[in-house]
Design a protein around this ligand. Structure first.
Ligand SMILES: [Fe+2]
Ligand SMILES: [Fe+2]
Length: 375
């Protein structure tokens, strides 16, 4: 029988989620992989606590009623004449923008909860202690992201919005999947990649200093989570046989398509439009008229575009072959992407954040230079 986990490196060896007995094998204890030691040790450098005002102060005010959190260009629906003309009152326009941001931040919060449960589930299936220690660390970090985003939403809006069904179904699918490759590609490479892209773009545009600080602190952690996926890919993808490669490539395309659909599909926001006296069907119709293929491709050209980040992650990992190249080619110029190198969007923001945290955490110690980019 083929190994359903498609494990090519002992450090990603996995057992069934309910097989605790295998963890007690004596040889296992002496074979701890050191591949993750650097990223485990780095957790001390970028330690932060969302409940400690030394790092972030949730009492910092922002005028939600009169100030839009982000520029209008970030709100897709406002690019249509129908929505823009309908929301001519400045207060109502601001409320619309800030509600759309709530929609995004709620998705982020649910995604963080998904990441927490997923990394905890990795602790149950990964057999290597080093990999387990990494996953346990990530679980702890995702927990502070949940705390941070929940607190931010509570402070600015009072309550999050429901998780959309598309995102919910994907999170359920990867958290419950027993196969390690599904978890790592789905969460570590795609959802984490999406998060880095979305965080970078909000970080660059958000006008609320509290939101900006929170995003940066979270990014100091996420840069490492994304890297765990990269280490997996570097050690796994080159050793796959063609059938296994096809399974992995198809799974990645499935996750990509789901995330794309989740983000660009306005059907999930019907109730929000209705709340502003807008006809949801008409918003979708108008939106499709503005969003021609050319506009979409042009938008994706921007380096911080989150889908561009995702495609780059998969391309750099060697997951995309001629089988699916044309599928991604609909969105970006694959040749251009290949020439861009390894550095990911958000790495600079994360590195600045780590410097900020080191100054707090190690006031009296000289620390060496930080690099979260690829090793
Ligand atoms: Fe996170
Ligand atoms: Fe994460």
């Amino acid at each position: 029988m083929t190994d359903k986990n498609i494990t090519k490196d002992a450090m990603y060896d996995a057992v069934a989620p309910d097989d605790f007995e295998s963890m007690l094998e004596l040889d296992r204890y002496n074979n701890r992989s050191s591949a993750f030691d650097k990223i485990i040790a780095a957790t001390h450098d970028h330690f932060w606590d969302p409940l400690d005002t030394k790092y972030i102060d949730f009492d910092e005010p922002f005028d939600m009623e009169n100030e839009p959190l982000v520029p209008e260009e970030m709100i897709a629906a406002l690019q249509t004449d129908y929505v823009s003309n309908h929301l001519s009152d400045p207060k109502e326009r601001t409320r619309f923008i800030n509600t759309m941001v709530l929609h995004n931040f709620s998705s982020i919060l649910h995604g963080e909860q998904g990441a927490l449960n997923l990394s905890a589930s990795l602790c149950h299936v990964l057999k290597d202690q080093g990999a387990q220690e990494y996953a346990a660390n990530q679980t702890r970090e995702e927990a502070r992201h949940v705390t941070g985003f929940a607190k931010y939403i509570k402070t600015r809006w009072g309550r999050p919005l429901e998780c959309g069904t598309v995102l919910k179904d994907l999170l359920v699918e990867i958290i419950h999947a027993p196969e390690v490759y599904k978890k790592i590609i789905g969460m570590q490479m795609l959802v984490e990649g999406l998060a880095m892209g979305a965080f970078a773009s909000f970080y660059n545009n958000i006008r609320d200093p509290l939101g900006k600080k929170l995003l940066q602190l979270v990014m100091t952690d996420e840069a490492f989570h994304h890297k765990f996926g990269k280490i997996w890919a570097d050690r796994t993808v080159p050793k796959l046989d063609p059938d296994e490669h096809a399974i992995i490539e198809d799974w990645a395309a499935h996750c990509f398509q789901t995330l794309l659909f989740n983000l660009v599909s306005p059907t999930q926001q019907m109730a929000l439009y209705a709340d502003f006296g807008l006809d949801g069907m008409k918003v979708i119709e108008e939106f499709q008229k503005v969003m021609t293929d050319d506009v979409r491709r042009e938008n994706m050209r921007e380096s911080a575009n989150i889908f561009r980040v995702l495609i780059k992650t998969l391309l750099n990992a060697g997951i995309i072959t001629d089988r699916t190249r044309a599928f991604y080619g609909m969105y970006v110029d694959m040749e251009e992407l290949k020439l861009e190198g390894d550095r990911m969007v958000g790495d600079d923001i994360a590195e600045d954040g780590i410097r900020y945290l080191q100054a707090i955490n190690f006031k009296d110690r000289v620390v060496e230079t930080i690099r979260v980019a690829a090793e």
